[in-house]
Design a protein around this ligand. Structure first.
Ligand SMILES: [Cu+2]
Length: 122
């Protein structure tokens, strides 16, 4: 086999291995209230369900309201074998659009983050 072909094969094998690892990271699968959803009343907690189990010490959310203020949240807890991050909402949220910025550390040691929005109907 020519050396360049060997090199290409090796590169392909490495990128497949990396892609496999990336797929094992914790991705947000579902949320309550749902991403891009509208709820009729203010939620007393947020539930974020991930593809992997999490380390709660290094996982959390920041909820930003329509007035750009950060909503007060309680201590996050894990449910569903560690895949659901439950975050109590201490404030009574007013109607409007909220952005949830999440960051998690999965038990395989990888950090992921993202954000989504939900709306509380007036
Ligand atoms: Cu990972």
């Amino acid at each position: 086999m020519p050396p360049i072909k060997k090199l290409l094969l090796a590169a392909t094998a490495i990128s497949i291995a990396l892609a496999g690892q990336a797929m094992a990271h914790a991705h947000l699968k579902s949320a309550v209230p749902a991403a891009d959803g509208t709820v009729k009343s203010a939620p007393s907690e947020l539930d974020l369900t991930f593809s992997e189990s999490l380390n709660v010490k290094f996982s959390g959310v920041k909820i930003t309201g329509p007035d750009k203020a950060t909503a007060k949240t309680g201590e996050a807890m894990l449910m569903n074998s560690g895949t659901t991050l439950m975050v109590p909402v201490a404030d009574k949220l007013a109607p409007g659009k909220y952005t949830v910025e999440w960051h998690v550390l999965s038990t395989d040691g990888h950090k992921t983050n993202g954000s989504y929005s939900f709306t509380i109907a007036p």
